[in-house]
Design a protein around this ligand. Structure first.
Ligand code: BEZ
Length: 213
C-alpha cells in the first residue's frame, strides 16, 4: 500500500475488535473518526494514551468524533489490557481497539515501518471526515506519547474550516481570533458570513472573532 495522503479516501476494512467485528466505513456512519495505532498491547506509553482518550470521551462526542485504536494483538489480549487501562488510568475505555493480529489494517494504512520495527506498528493518527476523507496524518516515535488535546484542537480547526469558512493561525486555541479563508472575497458574502466584522491586517490576512462562540 502506498502512503496515504491528505484527501485520500480512508481504506475500508472489516476486522475483529475488542467489541466484535467492525466494518470500518459502516461503523463510522456520518461521524468524524480518529484511527490511532499502537506498537503493541501491555506497553506503558500506549496504556496512558488509551486512558487519556477514554477520559476525553465527552469532548469527542460533542464534536461528533468516534475514536478507534489499533494494535497488532488478538482480541483476548486487548480485553485483558483494557482491564489494566481502566484500573491504572482511572478511565473507562469505551471505544473499540482493532485486533489486527494478521496486520491486514496495518498494511492498508502503512503502519509497519520496517526500519523502525519489523513487528510493531508505529504510533500514527488519522483524522477522517464524514465523507471518509483523510484530513490529518501524523506519526510519532514509539517512545513519545501523543498529545490528545492537540488532536482535539486540530478537529476543532478542521470543523471551523468545514462549517464556518475560517482557518486557524499559529498556536490558535479555542476562543482566539481566526483567519477568513482567502477564497472568500465577495463583500456581501463577507458581511453575511462574518456579522461580527473582521480586521484586514493585510488584504490576505483577515482576522475575525471565532464564529461559533
Ligand atoms: C511503549 O510504551 O509503547 C514504548 C515505550 C518505550 C519505548 C518504546 C515503546
Amino acid at each position: 500500500m502506498a502512503t496515504l495522503r491528505l484527501g485520500d479516501t480512508a481504506p475500508d476494512f472489516t476486522q475483529d475488535s475488542s467489541i466484535g467485528p467492525i466494518s470500518f466505513h459502516e461503523w463510522l456512519g456520518d461521524s468524524w473518526g480518529i484511527l490511532f495505532s499502537h506498537p503493541a498491547d501491555y506497553t506503558p506509553v500506549c496504556t496512558t494514551e488509551l486512558g487519556a482518550t477514554a477520559k476525553l470521551a465527552e469532548e469527542f462526542k460533542k464534536r461528533n468524533v468516534k475514536p478507534i485504536a489499533l494494535s497488532v494483538d488478538p482480541v483476548e489480549s486487548h480485553k485483558g489490557w483494557i482491564t489494566d487501562i481502566n484500573e491504572t488510568q482511572g478511565a473507562e475505555v469505551n471505544f473499540p481497539i482493532i485486533a489486527d493480529a494478521d496486520r491486514k489494517v496495518s498494511e492498508l494504512y502503512d503502519l509497519i515501518h520496517p526500519n523502525a520495527s519489523t513487528t510493531a506498528t508505529v504510533r500514527s493518527v488519522f483524522i477522517i471526515d464524514p465523507n471518509k476523507k483523510i484530513r490529518l496524518t501524523l506519526t510519532y516515535p514509539a517512545s513519545t506519547g501523543r498529545n490528545f488535546n492537540e488532536i482535539l484542537r486540530v478537529i476543532d480547526s478542521l470543523q471551523l474550516t468545514e462549517y464556518h469558512s475560517v482557518a486557524t493561525p499559529a498556536n490558535w486555541e479555542d476562543g482566539d481570533d481566526v483567519v477568513i479563508v482567502p477564497s472568500i472575497t465577495d463583500p456581501e458574502v463577507l458581511k453575511q458570513k462574518f456579522p461580527k466584522g473582521y480586521k484586514a491586517v493585510k488584504p490576505y490576512l483577515r482576522l475575525t472573532p471565532q464564529p461559533n462562540k
